[in-house]
Write a protein that binds this ligand. Structure first.
Ligand SMILES: Nc1ncnc2c1ncn2[C@@H]1O[C@H](COP(=O)(O)OP(=O)(O)OP(=O)(O)O)[C@@H](O)[C@H]1O
Ligand SMILES: [Mg+2]
Length: 212
């Protein structure tokens, strides 16, 4: 029913970590049916999800044409199709922006990353023009340090992007989050993960509201 694509022009911003937490939240906490497309050739999202045995259907597709075919086909049979993209704006990422209802863009609060937000906004805008306003796009700050100057600068930058909604919930830099991949778990499974889990939950609520 709803295709959500985790996208950025940059690598290493937290697409996969956030996508895996989102998938877990949808499947295990919200009890939704979820298909996952790992569109990143590295395949780490698939490995992580398989280890958690969430009962989600996993597809590894990196070919742009196949993505354009398969994503809408899967949409009919699941509550959510979640796509984790590679960190670039290749043909594959463009295919997912052509089909997604919601695009989620994580960004880390550093000057260079923030520059990529403007380029992301441009690509999103092109798609929205061609597709009657879709994908609805949301951007959030990931790996932030509380009360830092960089964080307040980042909040200002993402507030000025037309075509992309700045999401209010910030995801802070936490060792626990960085450890989830190695543990093949999410913050909800780990001791001390309550605060991080609550932050993710609020962020995911905002993401779903983008599609309404
Ligand atoms: N909130 C956070 N706090 C601490 N570490 C984080 C946080 N979010 C992500 N990380 C870490 O940052 C690194 C990059 O994250 P991730 O792999 O999710 O990014 P990505 O955008 O999917 O990268 P790629 O473009 O290579 O696919 C990983 O080591 C991850 O554990
Ligand atoms: Mg990734």
């Amino acid at each position: 029913m709803t295709i959500v694509s985790f996208t950025n022009l940059k690598g290493g911003v937290g697409k996969s970590t956030t996508a895996v937490h989102f998938i877990y939240w949808l499947a295990k906490i919200k009890k939704k049916s979820v298909a996952v497309i790992d569109a990143d050739g590295q395949g780490s999202t698939g490995v992580w999800l398989q280890a958690m045995e969430l009962g989600v259907e996993l597809h590894r597709i990196i070919d742009a044409d196949e993505l354009a075919d398969q994503i809408p086909a899967l949409e009919e049979n699941f509550d959510y199709v979640v796509v984790d993209n590679a960190g670039n704006l290749g043909e594959a990422t463009r295919s997912t922006l052509l089909t997604a209802k919601i695009a989620v863009i994580p960004i880390s609060p550093s000057g260079l990353d923030l520059m990529s937000a403007a380029s992301a906004a441009k690509v999103v805008r092109q798609n929205q023009k061609a597709r009657g306003g879709f994908p609805k796009a949301g951007i959030f700050i990931n790996r932030a340090t509380k009360n830092s100057k960089l964080l307040s600068e980042a909040v200002e930058v993402i507030g000025q992007l037309d075509s992309i909604t700045p999401l209010k919930q910030i995801i802070y830099r936490r060792e626990l989050i960085a450890d989830t991949f190695l543990q093949k778990a999410t913050v909800w499974d780990l001791a001390g993960g309550k605060e991080a889990g609550a932050d993710y939950q609020k962020l995911f609520g905002e993401i779903l509201r983008l599609g309404k």
